[in-house]
Design a protein around this ligand. Structure first.
Ligand SMILES: [Zn+2]
Ligand SMILES: [Zn+2]
Length: 81
């Protein structure tokens, strides 16, 4: 009986789950995100699907850069005309 019960107890104590919001799936062995240092299931292991904080920062930065670049292009076009 003791041998039978032990794995169950271990499951209750150490119950790793996906770190994505409201997700109860088991983390995937390859679901570790290097950007936010959290573990995710197969669905949420991509930075796009688990709303990675660092990824969002990257996006904001890229959007900001794109804005600057497009402004530059517009200004260059205007001065040429
Ligand atoms: Zn998940
Ligand atoms: Zn992440």
């Amino acid at each position: 009986m003791i041998i039978m019960l032990q794995p169950m107890i271990q499951n209750i104590i150490a119950k790793p789950k996906c770190n994505a919001f409201n997700c109860l799936q088991k983390p995937s062995p390859i679901g570790h995100c290097n950007r936010c240092s959290l573990d995710f299931c197969n669905t949420h292991r991509y930075i796009e699907t688990h709303n990675c904080t660092n990824y969002n920062k990257d996006l904001e930065f890229k959007a900001h850069q794109a804005k600057i670049m497009s402004n530059k292009c517009v200004r260059e076009k205007i001065t040429k005309l």
